[in-house]
Write a protein that binds this ligand. Sequence first.
Ligand SMILES: Cc1cc2nc3c(=O)[nH]c(=O)nc-3n(C[C@H](O)[C@H](O)[C@H](O)COP(=O)(O)OP(=O)(O)OC[C@H]3O[C@@H](n4cnc5c(N)ncnc54)[C@H](O)[C@@H]3O)c2cc1C
Length: 448
Amino acid sequence: MTNNGPTPEHRPRVIIIGGGFGGLQAARSLARAPVDVLLIDRNNYHGFWPLLYQVATAGIEPEQIAAPIRAIIRRMPNIKFMMAVVESVDRQRREVHTDRGVFPYDQLIVAPGSATNFFGLHNVQEQSIELKDLPDALALRNHIIAKFEQAVSEPDPDRRQQLLTFVVVGGGPTGVELSGAIAELIGYVLRKDYPTLDPRAMRIVLVEAADRILLAFPPTLSRRAQRKLEKFGVDVRLNTSVVDYVDEALLLKDGTSLATQTLIWAAGIQGAPLGATLTPSLQRGGRVAVTPELHLPDDPQVWVIGDLAYLTGADGKPYPQLATVAMQQGRLVAKNVLRQLQNLPLQRFRYIDKGSMATVGRRSAVARIWGLNWSGPIAWFLWLAVHLFYVIGFRNRVLVLINWAYNYFTYDRGSRALIGGAPLPAVNKPSITGAAEPASLTERDWGA
Ligand SMILES: Cc1cc2nc3c(=O)[nH]c(=O)nc-3n(C[C@H](O)[C@H](O)[C@H](O)COP(=O)(O)OP(=O)(O)OC[C@H]3O[C@@H](n4cnc5c(N)ncnc54)[C@H](O)[C@@H]3O)c2cc1C
């Protein structure tokens, strides 16, 4: 496809890269406006990432947080969708280059989100599990269950301990919610599923480099969240940095190590790689600087929003990489695109911070809403209500609610089937002829 440039015959063509929180909001806000919109995403669904950790811990099914984009835009005649990977943007020619062709634009909204930041730790990058998309969550769920299946037939107690040690790095909301949910999954469900395994061998460690978890929250809430996690059995290690991950051992800066086959990396994010094709001078964290009106400083037809955009607020700090920021920017960018096409003055972005919240586990959450601190069951109910409200689609909302109710009242979880996973590695037989540990199930126990 070639770029013929804007002609009087066609309406302005707006391409939106990314159907996530920012991009989808921009598309919805442009519905029925006098522009033609092409929304491009590498997935055919909009992912509701705040509940991703619940998919990873068998709390809800993947489809319940994946809303098909085509269904969302069905009644928006001026919006088209294409599933494609955007490879680069040619700002000179005003083209978006994808694995499905080249598409010209008059206005471009770039909202590809972020990628995991491994801070140059190559072994960690290659061997850890990240939590950024649904395949990651499914891989983690399968991995946790597979480690339990392996542990059952592992006769060596040290190796069994290693199989049952789950390390989460990063004490932000994702790391906290995930470690709390793994503790619940193990404590309420897997301990019962695997009665031959010694619960004392099951460990969840949360590693955080700073002196407290949940740095974006007030210190009192950080302390409360930490206490709750510890009550659920999570070993919280503060002031602890990761140096490397070698031979299934996580090496820490203080010289100690943690033997584990499960390293979950939730320690940081950086702007999506696509940012580098927009500008050679990226800001801290690989983000792209934008004007307060949300376009590139040297290109008013290219707008960047969401996790990739770098813009400082009144306090001089960059806006946080949050769904709420992305959605508010999505609304404003749509308005500004239309204002620019009508030669009206553009509006500046002003973030309305309604607060932030994180769950810690069953009936427990922390929240800072409208300047007030909340914790415990009230915060947890608030968290449930807010997240349910934002899940896209009535069907998904009902299914998520049913799953939550089921999990809450039965202390059970749904999906724990290992479908399509890799076969378990061969059993590590004991080197000495000594008896197998009673916790494990070996050929000998079965009389073979
Ligand atoms: C596990 C997790 C939990 C979170 N919890 C919260 C929370 O509780 N509250 C909160 O406010 N925020 C939370 N966030 C952060 C929030 O999800 C992000 O800030 C938000 O998604 C950013 O919106 P975005 O539109 O910039 O990117 P995204 O919503 O990530 O959307 C980016 C889209 O672009 C697509 N894409 C990327 N690259 C390409 C490409 N090259 N070609 C085509 N398509 C591409 C992706 O498939 C994706 O659909 C969480 C994030 C994660 C990962």
